[in-house]
Design a protein around this ligand. Sequence first.
Ligand code: PLP
Length: 437
Amino acid sequence: ADLDPADGARAYELDREHVFHSWSVQSALKPLVIAGGKGTTVWDYDGTEYLDFSSQLVNVNIGHGHPALVEAIQRQAGQLATVAPAHANLARGEAAKRILEKAGPSFRRVFFTNGGADAIENAIRMARLSTGRDKVLSTYRSYHGNTGAAIVSTGDWRRIPNEYARGHVHFFGPFLYRSEFWAETPEQESERALQHLERVIQAEGPASIAAILLETVPGTAGILVPPPGYLAGVRAIADRYGIKLILDEVMAGFGRTGEWFAFHAFDVVPDLITFAKGSNSGYVPVGGVVMSEEISDAFEDRMFPGGLTYSGHPLGAASIVASIDAMEREGIVANAKRIGEDVLGPGLAGLAEKHEVIGEVRGLGVFWALDLVADRATREPVGAGEIATLKSELTARGLLPFTADNRLHVVPPCVVTDDEAARGLQLIDEALSVLGG
Ligand code: PLP
């Protein structure tokens, strides 16, 4: 398409004049203007290209501008752009059927939402109503979204100015590199984190707890792949006390870890799954809750007190159908797995041998974090200054990074090619050298 640098200047100007941004001090913002994208690449109005190693907010799993999604959205818009949730709609039904096929045989229905946070709200509501209990347990190292119960379930700093919902209790999940449990092996970390969870449940009163809510692989908190046995152990504890298990797959689902759902790689089946981001790569806003047979059955003869004008929106549903079909046809989930095993995993481990500043490399699929440290022995995190430098060095070299706290998250789209992954690794290598680590 024709790009006019004047449009870029106008986009920036309008943004700074009129747009209020998420999680920001407004006066400090200098947003990069993005004009377009294709696959793993985005560009601005000057035609400068960037390798998108952020997948925006870790959601553009199928890459930018996928023709099958664009065509499906256009076709659905031409036929019926919107419909009330009470009516039946073909795209919505097809989307639900495909998601259930991917989730597995113990799941029965899908409740669609507008995004991830309201998926969490509704999963919590379903757990509360189906158990008649109230409390929700979640981890300190988590992000679950920016609405009532979702932000109070969140463990990180964003919870604290927003603690208006009630009935939430936090605990520590496993994270060997920065262990809360003095563990030295993954087995110790898993066993002790499970013991801690069970003690929290006993102390809170098991009969008051509706749900344990976990990101299958905590994402924004640092891509914390659970140690062997942890998720199966949580399932066993939940069953012992009649507690529902909600796995939040908003970031980890739909190819990110090299699986359709991240939990498929672990020995666990949840009662409820939340999804959003990768389900249609954010081409239109969408999310939802996948419900077990048992939880779905709880509402066969009883009203579900919840709903949204755009639940199962036709453009969202059509884009989910097109996305799942294209991911299947083009082997995109398998590509994410292979890139993780063959390119990003070994490549990032190679960078850790070269750069002292890398304390730990962890991840799988196209879901990796570099935990950056000022000192390898003490594991003291690098400061905000180093992360800002790294970010600007990467952007200047043509790579859009995702950073959080002291970490660089390496999270390209699932369609990333071997060459693009190698190029991204090279740019990260160069930027880390500037950092002096
Ligand atoms: N859950 C997880 C694991 C997430 O990563 C996010 C967003 O980053 C959310 C929930 C919230 O999703 P949304 O921003 O679409 O409301």
